[in-house]
Design a protein around this ligand. Sequence first.
Ligand SMILES: [Zn+2]
Ligand SMILES: [Zn+2]
Length: 314
Amino acid sequence: MCYVQNMKADFHVHSAFSVGGVLGKPHASESVEQILERAEQEGIKMLSISDHDNTLAYSYILNNPQVLDKFSGRIVPAVEANVHYNGTNIHAMLYGFKLEDSERINNLTPLVKARGENLLKRQQERIEKLKRISDTLGIVYDKKFTITQDGLCGHDSFCEHVLSKPENVGKLSFSDMREFYYDNLLNEQSPWYLNFSEDLGSLQELYDEVKKVDKNIIVSLCHIGQYAIESRSQFIREVRPYIDAIEVMHWSHIRALQEECCKLADELGLYKFGGSDFHTQEQKLGMWDNSKREINTDSLRLPENIYNIHGKKI
Ligand SMILES: [Zn+2]
Ligand SMILES: [Zn+2]
């Protein structure tokens, strides 16, 4: 698509309506108003508020249309869905639904599943499982460790807790949370394995359902650098039938990965999106690569038929 001029953009931003997927706690700090004000200050011309597994930001905008006065750029409605592909937990972004469809999007089976009414119960079960494993492995933890009613601690907190205990040094073959996740919680061969796919919808299901709402809605694979997969390019080729785009710019992508993603997208005919994955004010809207590089429309490839918040093409 050909823009008259290059525009600063951010297609991945979380508002306080986001809850942290498997964690079940609010993990982004700014309101819709604050984000719109910030985007305006940063000179952003295209913006997606893309909360986890819900479209509440857009219901809010529908009910309070005056908030749109704070931002002079274009808004592309989006939502980031927690789904799995053959058991691997991944995030997929839905871009460009019409505002009047936001309720239908909110009710897509994979989004409802990921929000999970039984999230707290499942978290508690996961912690119980991790405690049982800890007991057999002689790993030390506080017996009273439990999930709180407001969901402020889940299995991640338990892992952090275990890792912080000096008594466990040397007993554990992992040293940080990232390693712990990949080598243990997400590894089917590990006794610590937590099967997240049991309570997530699949990418295929998400793709099918969303195209029934509107075939113009774009499904984009988020931050490929963050998954427990062996080959990124092989994975993208495999999921190609269920995606229209990939996120090429994200803070977790180093320059080389961004270039690899762009090359693959061009080869496979995928659109290219990018975003800051803004959660708190320590990050910068419109910037990727740990707030070092600007996201702009010249370095992306956006679909021509995507809707902005006013139902018009961007
Ligand atoms: Zn994500
Ligand atoms: Zn995100």
